[in-house]
Ligand binder design. Structure first.
Ligand SMILES: NC(=O)c1ccc[n+]([C@@H]2O[C@H](COP(=O)([O-])OP(=O)(O)OC[C@H]3O[C@@H](n4cnc5c(N)ncnc54)[C@H](O)[C@@H]3O)[C@@H](O)[C@H]2O)c1
Ligand SMILES: O=P(O)(O)OC[C@H](O)CO
Length: 343
């Protein structure tokens, strides 16, 4: 059997951190993995140079993960067709709002029998239908797609600070392959047979993180934060039980993908930080995203809207009062002081 050839599709903050891990790991499994890792980069100029050129010459993604060196076997490629050519293992890691267009560009270009994993935290909503992105990727590209999600603030992982993550696998063999690719002594991977649970935890916790930021912006203290985390986790779990089959309670309660990601995101993620500023500075989320995140993208406010639209289509908005209130504060000028009304 030939070696697994890896392509990473996306090169933002998390994409770059995960490329660093995979690039450092493949030499340990040189019989199994091709040593070159192709990374598709959405091309743009940064400080007068092409981002791909910066990554390939200076071995650093200076825009999205500054200050962290990437191994030299990580190669940035601006053409997505070229990036996935011959790849047998595809890692999808981009802000969820861009995946639709990217998938369309990949149609007919992915090698038959390739495996994929989604690191994307978001959901795909069309009217009364909801899908996890691992399923979107599987359906559109005809590949088997697992999911990785956990308490993983990218700059911390990129600096080898001790962290854990969870992989929801399609088959045990695929899960074990992804684990070999991603696990390091400081980045521990646990495997669960629950692709939907892992994916949904990653998506829905972003709504809870926005709520935590709103609460901190109001100047409320630790008890309020803890209550938001608890209620948020409960709504996340209820949502999964109501709309998805086979999701396991352990994925929420015992895995990094669940309770741990809620905690880290509510303590220090981008969604939380920008939501604090939304309350304190009284600026729009768009303005704050631009001024605070240097090109990185917010997911939580969009997921709040998408989940709200889905719940409205199913006539179930009132069953998820925290999700609903976050949506109303972010998108309908609802007073932030009423965030906890009805929860
Ligand atoms: N950053 C984190 O700490 C972190 C950790 C775990 C999971 N995640 C998840 O991983 C996914 C990717 O996040 P990230 O932090 O790597 O991205 P990011 O927020 O840094 O987003 C910027 C990326 O989007 C790309 N981009 C901009 N416009 C685009 C377009 N029109 N089409 C395609 N791409 C475009 C940029 O080139 C860049 O690679 C998200 O779902 C996020 O929730 C992020
Ligand atoms: O910075 P955030 O809010 O996008 O969250 C980052 C990661 O998802 C935390 O696990």
């Amino acid at each position: 059997m030939g070696k697994e050839k890896l392509a990473i599709i996306g090169s933002g903050n998390w994409g770059s951190a995960i490329a660093r891990i995979a690039g450092n790991n493949v030499p340990r499994f040189s019989e199994e993995f091709d040593q070159k890792i192709s990374v598709w980069v959405y091309e743009e100029e940064f400080e007068g140079k092409k981002l791909t050129e910066i990554i390939n010459t200076e071995h650093e993604n200076k825009k999205y993960l500054p200050g962290v060196k990437l191994p030299e076997n990580v190669v940035a490629i601006p053409d997505i067709g070229e990036a996935v050519k011959g790849a047998t293992a595809l890692v999808f890691v981009m802000p969820h709002q861009f995946l639709g267009r990217v998938i369309d560009q990949l149609s007919g270009k992915v090698q038959k029998g390739a495996k994929a994993i989604s690191l994307i935290k978001g959901v795909d909503v069309k009217g009364a239908d909801i899908h996890i992105f691992a399923d979107v990727i599987s359906d559109k590209l005809g590949v088997s797609c697992s999911a990785l999600s956990g308490a993983n603030i990218a700059p911390e992982v990129a600096r080898d600070q001790f962290s854990e993550t969870t992989i929801g696998y399609r088959s045990k063999a695929e899960g074990e392959m992804w684990k070999r690719l991603f696990e390091t002594p400081s980045f521990r991977v646990s495997l669960v047979e629950d692709v939907a649970g892992v994916s949904l935890c990653g998506a829905l916790k972003n709504i809870v993180a926005v709520a935590a930021g709103l609460v901190e912006g109001l100047g409320w203290g630790n008890n309020s934060q803890a209550a938001i985390m608890r209620i948020g986790l409960l709504e996340m779990h209820e949502f999964c039980i109501e709309f998805f089959e086979g999701v396991k309670a352990e994925t929420f309660l015992m895995e990094s993908s669940g309770v741990a990601d809620v905690i880290t995101s509510c303590l220090g993620g981008r969604n939380k930080r920008v939501a604090v500023a939304f309350v304190k500075e009284k600026k729009s989320f768009d303005e704050l995203e631009q001024s605070m995140l240097n090109g990185q993208k917010l997911q939580g406010i969009h997921t709040a809207k998408e989940v709200h639209n889905f719940l409205e289509a199913r006539n179930r908005v009132d069953a998820y009062p925290l999700f609903n209130n976050v949506y109303k504060v972010c998108w309908e000028d609802h007073p932030v002081e009423k965030l906890t009304e009805g929860i």
